[in-house]
Write a protein that binds this ligand. Structure first.
Ligand SMILES: Nc1nc(=O)c2c([nH]1)NC[C@@H]1CN(c3ccc(C(=O)N[C@@H](CCC(=O)O)C(=O)O)cc3)CN21
Ligand SMILES: O=c1ccn([C@H]2C[C@H](O)[C@@H](COP(=O)(O)O)O2)c(=O)[nH]1
Length: 276
């Protein structure tokens, strides 16, 4: 069993056993057929993954590693908000006729801000600080920009990364206001674990801990039987993570420069319904 499996099973069991049902409340998301998508939820879930020990991939079912890495590079490296620059179709429902998801995610990371050292966007600011001032306690991104919320089709869910160096290790806190546990929990964990590995490598550091703080951790009503079946499955050891050691510049990484080897998993759950 991978450590990510252990945390995932315990978190799901806790939500199923002690979660609060939103049924009958005025909720925003809907299913494809127009009915309300209710959830059972737990508030304030914190999961810690030590990336120096193993890569946090779920083995209960296969996490779509390539698509997940493609999306995190779309946001953090391409700083794009257009689905035409994304290989998967996961954002199609939230895009406008031109393919834009509005002033969300990649758009915000690409906005340049004035700092004492000059104009930089938030990603370049993180890379700059990790080189010039690695022990700073001020290295963070935040894409939850209130003045632009009205131009976002979906408000950012994973909205902030706080980077912190301890000794020669790069740690980070990922703050997430809302998490669809079945669809995207391990998807998001894998993405930010890869990002942490990439940023550590180009900053001359080792990857340390990823602390995932989730405010509203929920299982959608139509996902409950799927989650119950999923967490009863057989598990396998964590896969091996490979990152191309030649890459020294964050902007040179492609999806081919990271890989999971020996990734043995249970079967995929086909066509998970996603609440929109
Ligand atoms: N309700 C909801 N849940 C989400 O997780 C979510 C949203 N909405 N809105 C925006 C994005 C889109 N996200 C998604 C949507 C779908 C998959 C998905 O279908 N994943 C497949 C693999 C996809 C692939 O191979 O490309 C899976 O099997 O997990 C993942 C993330 C995460 N976000
Ligand atoms: O990276 C992501 C993006 C989205 N989600 C989920 C979390 C929620 O289920 C929905 C967003 O709905 P809100 O009403 O805006 O909270 O999308 C995710 O888990 N991970």
């Amino acid at each position: 069993m991978s450590y990510a499996d252990r945390l995932f099973i315990d978190m799901c069991q806790d939500i199923l056993d002690h979660g609060y049902s939103t049924e009958g409340e005025k909720v925003r998301p809907k299913w494809e057929d127009g009915s309300y998508a209710y959830t059972i939820k737990r508030f304030g879930v914190v999961n810690r993954y030590d990336l120096s020990k193993e890569f946090p991939a779920l083995t209960l079912r296969r996490t779509a590693f390539k698509s997940a890495v493609d999306e995190i590079l779309w946001i953090w490296q391409k700083k794009s908000n257009n689905i035409h620059e994304l290989k998967s179709h996961i954002w199609d429902e939230w895009a406008d006729a031109d393919g834009s998801i509005g002033k969300a995610y990649g758009y915000q990371l690409g906005v340049k801000h004035q700092y004492k050292e000059g104009m930089m966007d938030q990603v370049d600011r993180v890379l700059f600080d990790l080189k010039e001032n690695p022990y700073s306690r001020r290295i963070m991104t935040n894409i939850y920009v209130h003045q632009d919320l009205h131009e976002m089709n979906l408000y950012p869910c994973a909205y902030s990364m706080t980077f912190n160096v301890t000794d020669d290790k790069l740690n980070a806190v990922l703050n997430q206001r809302s998490q669809d546990i079945l669809t995207a929990n391990n998807w998001n964990v894998v993405q930010y674990a890869v990002l942490l590995h990439m940023i550590a490598q180009v900053s001359g550091l080792k990857a340390g801990e990823l602390v995932h703080v989730i405010a509203d951790a929920h299982i959608y009503d139509r996902h409950i039987p799927l989650v119950k079946e999923l967490i009863s499955r057989e598990t396998y050891p964590a896969p091996d993570f490979w990152i191309n050691p030649e890459i020294k510049n964050f902007y040179d990484f492609t999806t081919d420069d990271v890989r999971l080897d020996n990734y043995q998993t249970g079967p995929q759950i086909k066509n998970i319904p996603v609440a929109v």
